[in-house]
Design a protein around this ligand. Sequence first.
Ligand code: MGD
Ligand code: MGD
Ligand code: SF4
Ligand code: MO
Length: 788
Amino acid sequence: MSRRQVEDYSERDLQVGDPDDHAAGPTAVAVSIKRGLERMGPVRTARTLLELNQAEGFDCMSCAWPDPDPGHRAIAEFCENGAKAVAEEATTDRATPEFFTAHSVADLDSHSEYWLGQQGRITHPMVRRPGGTHYEPIGWDEAFGLVAGELNGLDSPGEATFYTSGRASNEAAFTYQLFARAFGTNNLPDCSNMCHESTSIALQESIGIGKASVTLPDLLSADLIVIAGQNPGTNHPRMLTQLENAKKSGARILTINPLHEAGLTRFKNPQTPKGVVGRGTKVSDLHLPVRVNGDLALFQAFGALLVEWDALDHPFLERHTTGFDAWCDHVAHLDWTQVEASTGLTRAQITDAAQMLRDSRKTVFCWAMGLTQHRNGVATIKELVNLACAQGNIGRPGAGLFPVRGHSNVQGDRTMGIWERVPQSFLDSLQREFGFDPPREHGFDTVDSIRGMRDGKVTVFVGLGGNFLQAAPDTDVTTAALESTRLTVQISTKLNRSHLHGGRTMLILPTLGRTELDVQDTGSQFVTVEDSTCSVHASRGPLDPASPHLRSEVAILTGIAEATLGDRHGIDWAGMRADYRRIRDHISRVVPGCESYEVNARRPGGFVLPHPPRDSRTFDTDSGRAEMVVSPIEVLHVPDGHLLLQTLRSHDQFNTTIYGLSDRYRGIEGGRRVVFAHREDIVALGYRDGDHVDLVTYWDGDDHVRCARDFRLVPYDVPRGTAAAYYPETNPLVPLDHTASGSNQPASKSIVVRLTAAGSRECDPEGAQGSVGSDDRHKSRPEVRHLS
Ligand SMILES: Nc1nc2c(c(=O)[nH]1)N[C@H]1C(S)=C(S)[C@@H](COP(=O)(O)OP(=O)(O)OC[C@H]3O[C@@H](n4cnc5c(=O)[nH]c(N)nc54)[C@H](O)[C@@H]3O)O[C@H]1N2
Ligand SMILES: Nc1nc2c(c(=O)[nH]1)N[C@H]1C(S)=C(S)[C@@H](COP(=O)(O)OP(=O)(O)OC[C@H]3O[C@@H](n4cnc5c(=O)[nH]c(N)nc54)[C@H](O)[C@@H]3O)O[C@H]1N2
Ligand code: SF4
Ligand SMILES: [Mo]
C-alpha cells in the first residue's frame, strides 16, 4: 500500500497577502483536481467525483447543502470543498499496524492535526492497553468483548456517554440510539450540541419544529435572501450557484457578517463562461458589517422599523401567532443608542437594510454558526422568527427560515433519535416497537458529558465519528476529562487527536466511509441521509473499502450491542446488520414522518419529511401558534484593552480535519496561527502588523488563565473591537461554562480575549500559568448588561 511521505508543516512558512474579492472561479476547479490526483490518483478521482451527489451515487460527506431534483443535476454536481472531502476519505494513504508500531502515542502527539490526518485511512482495529506506549492491533471480537466488559461493569448505564458526529448515516444513527437506550441511557451528545443547538431550541419553542421551513426552489422564487452569520463560499459552496440563479430570477441579497467574506461579495461560477473569464456575479446587494454578537439588537431594530412603517402581514399575525402585541411594544421602545453600540452600525445603515425587508413580499432568512455560537444565540434566532412572523414569511413559497446545517447528516441523526432530550413520544414508539422500557430522564449533552467525565461520573466514552477533543470547548479541560475515563472508543476513518488522549484503555475501531461499498451477508447495502431542507435520500459508495479489515458503522454498532446485551430485550442485531432494510423497517414504525421509508428513500431524489409550518402553517407549540417571544438585548461589554474574538473555519479544513494550509479567500497561505484584527486596534493595543501574540482569557470562578499561544497579528477589515481566529486552535480559550442560555451550546463566537506578547510568562506552561494576580482575574469575563 502506498504511503506519501508527508512532512509536518511549520508556521514559519506563513504568508499573508490580500484577501480575494470573489469566490470559486477556475482556481477552485484546479484545486479540486490537484487534491484529487495527489491523494487518490486519476482513476479514483474520476470514479468518485462523477458519482458525487448523483441520484444513483453517493451523498457528499462534507456539508448538508441539498441537491437539485434528479433531472436538474450537473455532471459535476459538487464544489471544491466537496472534492477535497472526497479526496480526504478516498485517499490511497494508509495508517497500518506498522505505522502504529513505528510511532508511539507520545510521538504522534508531537505532530499537528494536519499531519495526523495526512497519514491516511486506519486499516485495523487498534488498542492502546493500560500503561502501554503504543497502539497495537486487536481482533474485532476481542475489541467488542472489551467494550462489553467495561459497559457491563458500570454501576449504572448513565456512567457511559455515546457521542455522534454528524456524518453517521440514518441507519447507523438509529442503531446507535437504540443500543444506548436498550443499554439504559439517554446520554447521546452529538456535534449538533456545538452547532445548531441554539437553532433547534429556538425554532422548537417558537414554531414547534427545529428544522428549516424551506426547500431549495424557495430560494429561486424569493424576493429577498438574508444571509446572517454564514460563510457559504467556504462552508456551503454550492449555495453560491443557487444564489446566482436566484439573482437571475430577480432576488436581492442582504448579508450580515462582521467580515466581508469573498463568497458573499462575488461568485465566479466555474461552470459558466462568465464565471471563468468574466467578473462573475455580484452576490450581496447590501452588506452590514455587524459587530460580533450584535445581531439580536439588529433584528429588533429591523422589527422596530417594520412596525413603524406598518410593513406587517396582519392576517398572518392574527391567525397564526401569539405575543405580537408585547413584541410590538418592546421594539417600539428600543434604545437606538444601544442598538448602534451593540451592532456597530449606524441608524442609516440599518434603515437601508430594513427597507429591503419592507419591499420584499417573500424573504428567506439563512443563518449558520455566526448566530448560534453566542450567549444569546437562542434569543437571536427567536428574534429572526419574530421578523419572519411579522411579515408572514413562514409557510409561503419563496419565503421561510433556513438554518443551513453543517455536517452532511447532522439533521438526519437527530431525526433518528440521536438526542439527549428526545421527546417522550419517540421513546413510547421505541417501547412499542422493541418491547423494552427506554430510560425516560434526559441524558447528557456535549458540555454535560465533559463535566460528567471531569467529575468522575462518566467513565466510558464512545464516539461514533468526530474528534471530540478538538471540537469541544476548553481543550485542556476536555483532554483531562477524557484522560480520566476507563475506556474511550473511537469509531473512525482517520487518525485525529482524540485517539491520543483517552481513557486507561483506548480503542480505535476503523470504519467504512461514504465513498465505499458496504457489503453484508445479504449483499450490497445502501444508507440514507437527510439534508438541511428535510430531504431524505439514499447513498451508495462506489469504491472497494480502504482495507479488508474495516467494518461498516452498522456492523460495529451491532457487534458492540450483541457483545454487551446478548439477547437481553430480544433485539435482532444480527438481522439488522445482515440487511439494512430491517433497520429501515424499524425506522418506518418508530420515526415520525418515515412511514413507507424503504419505498420513499429508494426513489431517485428520495422524499421530503413533513414540516407542519412549511406545509400548512400549523404550529405544534403550547399555544398552537407561532410564538413571538420578547428578549432583552444583551450588550456584551468588552473591557478596555480586550477584543471580542470569534472562532471560524478557514477555506482548507473540515471542522477539525485540516486539509491544507491555504485560506486563500482571506489571503493566508502556509499556516494557521493568525489572528485577524482591525488595523487601528492593533496599533491602539501597542502592536504592529506581523507581531506575534498569545491570546488570553479568564473566567469567573477559575483561578487560572486560558491561553492560546503564538498567533501572528493580521490587520483585517473587521469591526473595531473584534477579532477572528481559526478553530480548533482557539478552542483552549472557550471556557466550558461559556454557553448559550437555553441551549448549553458553547459560545465559541464571543470570547473576550486580551493580547499579550508571544512567549509571555503568563502563558508559559512551565512558568506562571495558574497563578494570575487577583487584579487581572476577572478582566476577561464578558460582562453582560441587560437592557429592557
Ligand atoms: N469546507 C467546509 N465546509 C463545512 C465545514 C468546514 O469546516 N469546512 N463545516 C461544516 C459545519 S459542521 C458547519 S456547522 C458549517 C459552518 O458554516 P459557517 O457557519 O459558515 O462557518 P464558520 O466558519 O463558523 O463561519 C461563520 C460565519 O459567521 C460569521 N460571524 C461570526 N460571528 C458573527 C456574529 O456575531 N454575527 C454575524 N452576523 N456573523 C458572525 C463569521 O465571520 C463567518 O463568516 O459548515 C459546514 N461545512
Ligand atoms: N471554537 C469552535 N469550536 C467548534 C466550532 C466552532 O465554530 N468554533 N464548531 C463546532 C461545530 S459546528 C461542530 S459540527 C463540531 C464538529 O465536531 P466533530 O464532528 O466531532 O468533528 P469533525 O472534525 O467533523 O470530525 C472529524 C473526524 O471524524 C472522523 N470521520 C470522518 N468521516 C467519518 C465517517 O464516515 N465515519 C466515522 N465513524 N468517522 C468519520 C474522522 O476520524 C475525523 O478525524 O465542532 C464544534 N466546535
Ligand atoms: S456544497 Fe457541500 S454538499 Fe455540496 S458538494 Fe459542496 S461540500 Fe459537498
Ligand atoms: Mo457544525
